[in-house]
Ligand binder design. Sequence first.
Ligand SMILES: Nc1ncnc2c1ncn2[C@@H]1O[C@H](COP(=O)(O)OP(=O)(O)OP(=O)(O)O)[C@@H](O)[C@H]1O
Length: 246
Amino acid sequence: MDQSQQPLLATRGITRRFGGLVAVSNLDLEIRPKEILGLIGPNGAGKSTTFNLISGFYKPSAGELFVFGENCTGRSALEISRRGLVRTFQHGSFMRTMTVADNILLGTIHGVKGRAARRVRVAETAEMLGLTPYLPEQAGNLPHGLQRLVSIAIAFAARPRLLCLDEPLTGLNQTEVANTLAMLERIRDAFGCSVLLVEHNMKAVMRVCDRIVVLHHGQHLATGTPAEIRADRRVIDAYLGHRHDH
Ligand SMILES: Nc1ncnc2c1ncn2[C@@H]1O[C@H](COP(=O)(O)OP(=O)(O)OP(=O)(O)O)[C@@H](O)[C@H]1O
């Protein structure tokens, strides 16, 4: 296969059980270079579990995980992050009492050597995300929208090849959503990084994603472009038809 088209990440038949409950069942998923991939589905569909499986926070009950072509089934979250996959968490992933600058610095610890280089990386990252004016501020004192950006900045400071974002748009107003989407596209275009987006804001998902994967009851329901997903009768019945924000 042409190296540039090899999936950055692939799951083969990945499954996760919690006791008798199958949260994710036999899922094949691929994330391609430089794509923004949306992962959507109703509450309880298995999105967070999938996210935890691919970032190494959960071990699969069955199936395999390939990260950048390497079989990483059963590897720890740290081992996977060292290969260039970085994630955020649903409820924010930053230290409230630290400054924005020190928060972003945390994201450079594994990937950048030396104080001066780290300082440069922090400045570049803040610039990219529009956070430069807030660098000296205590992160916990910032408005919610900026706090969400700080979480993304920490993840992006490692310059991942795959940035996995867990509901990054929750609680943002329309302007903040538009700014965040524009920022994701900038990151993708400038650094060639892929983005996996778990998100309930359908309007945003339809706008920014190249492809979308739909889960339902832990199973794969559909994969396609936003236009294909919007027109898919099974997806409308299972999910989109019940929503009011698209
Ligand atoms: N640690 C756990 N222990 C037991 N059951 C779990 C655990 N995590 C998830 N589940 C169950 O697995 C199923 C899938 O949950 P998951 O959180 O992955 O769905 P989701 O699509 O992310 O939902 P939401 O949109 O509400 O975040 C649900 O039935 C949930 O109750």
